[in-house]
Ligand binder design. Sequence first.
Ligand SMILES: [Mn+2]
Length: 311
Amino acid sequence: MEREIYSLIQQYDSIVIARHKNPDLDAYGSQFGLYYALKEKYPNKKIYAIGDTNSQNYFQDLDVVDIDTKKASLVFVLDTVASQMLNEEDYIHHAKLVFVDHHQNYLEIDSDYYIRDTDASSTSEMIANLLISFGIEITYDSARALYMGIIGDTGRFLYSSTTSKTLLTAAKLLDANIKTQEIHDLIYLESFESKKIKNIFFNDIQFTKKNVAYRKNTQEFLDKYNLDANYVSRGLISQMSGIKEVPIWVNFTYDKTDNKIICELRSREYQVLEIAKKYGGGGHLYACGCSVDTWEETDEIIKDLNRMVKR
Ligand SMILES: [Mn+2]
C-alpha cells in the first residue's frame, strides 16, 4: 500500500493535508511534518495544509482551498477516521482520499486507502516512517513537527504507547538536527501566573475518607482568577493525578455556557467509566466524564466513587 500511496504523491500536482478538528500536537505534527517534507521535495507541486487552528499551533497559518482544487487533489486525512472529528468539507471533495491513523476506531468514510497502525504511538510516528519508506527526506521543519507530534501523544515518551519503534523514529528525527530543548521550552514553559493558578487549584483539593480527591470549581472561582471552564476542567485535572494515596480523582467545573457542571473522572485502578455512564457520560475505562445539573448530583458522584474504593 505504501508504494501505491507514494505513486499517488508523485502523480498529483495538488496535495491537500487535513486532520481532525480542535487539533492536538499529533494532529498538527503529522500534518505539518508531511507538509514541509512534500513542499521541499516537490517545489513545483501545490501543497496545502487545511483545518481549524488553536493555541497549540506552533507552525503557521492554515490554507483555504476552494472546492475545484480539492476535487483535483490527492487528499490526506490524518490522526482520525471518525466523521464526528472532521468537517465534511475537509474530505468530501477529492480526487483520491487517504487516511492515516493510529486510533482504535474503524473507518466510516469511503476512501481509497487507509493506513491503520494501532501500535504506533502517534500519527506523527507513522508519517515519519512513511516518509522514510518513500525515500523522501525529512527536513528540519518536518522533523521538528513530527517530533512535537510524538512527544505530544506520548507525554514526552512517558506513556506505555512508547515502543522501541517510537524511540528509533525519534532518533532519526534528531538526526535532522532539531533542538529538543528549544522545542520543550516552547511547548512546556509556563508563565508564573499559570503556575500560581495550578498551586491555588492544588492547595484546595478535598478528600473523602477513602481518599477520593475532588474539587468543585464554582463560577466564583473561575471569575476570581479569570479562568475558562474548559481549561479548568480538562487542563487542570492532571494536577490531581500521580498522588500515591489517591486512587480516584474527580474535577467538577461549572460551565455557564450551558449551565451545567462538567465532571472529569480519573483513576489508575478503578474503572470509573461505569459511574460516568450512570450519569449519562462516557469515555475511556479510567478517564472519562459526564455533566450534571446540580452540585447535589456531584455529591452523589463522590459517594459512588467512594463506594468503589476497597479498603
Ligand atoms: Mn494522535
